[in-house]
Design a protein around this ligand. Sequence first.
Ligand SMILES: [Zn+2]
Length: 266
Amino acid sequence: MYLRLSIFLSLVLFFSCQTKNTDTQKETMTSRATSQAPEPAINIDLNFIMGKFDPAKDSTFVKIPRSYADQEGRYMKEEAFVAFQQMAEAAKKDGIDLIIRSAARNFNYQKGIWERKWTGETKLSTGEDASKEYSRAETRAKKILEYSSMPGTSRHHWGTDIDLNNFNNEWFESGEGLKIFNWLEENAEKYGYCRPYTKKDTSRPDGYNEEKWHWSYTPLSDQYTQYAEQYLKANMISGFLGSEVSDSIDVVDKYVLGINHICNSH
Ligand SMILES: [Zn+2]
């Protein structure tokens, strides 16, 4: 305990003297320095993991230029964006246009998405009104969870995960969509990106349905996944309609950790 405390204090002192270091460098150095101990990198905490912050005001996030996104005002972790930019430029040379359709979404933003589906204001992808079709809270939550995360549990909170080009799996199965999908399947890994929501099968029995549009920058998101695995508990997920079932549906084990194992280095 005293040893850990002293390691932590020396890290704090060390970083306070390293004002010119970027946050990315801090993260890398911190995770190396603590690789022997269970403590996570200093700048990861539960508020960050649960999206309880404003990406527009966080210096480790950057605004995505309009040329890479469908609209202004989308944000990502800087390191994840730099890697995306390299990937998008390489794709362009092969005639592939990668467009970010969604990036960082914080707790409040996700709460809006979730509650509109919960109350039926937004229909499910099947066209159903969840509030009318599924009166039992647990069943309703599971239906929404086929494609949408509970606030506090989305990988989009982290600024490492993006949705590309189209929100329909079928779109990626022919023509331009298939060309884009094949290019990503072949090349994304070189830029640190993986697809967490592959087809559900014996190797990925739990979690969201397949999403051919969702990609994750693993050099960072893998650290965040490990942190969530260790510290995020289902009973911490609260503050929105239907959150009382987060524990009984096992939202952390089944959904946060229900990802393609290729996206997990640990
Ligand atoms: Zn997504």
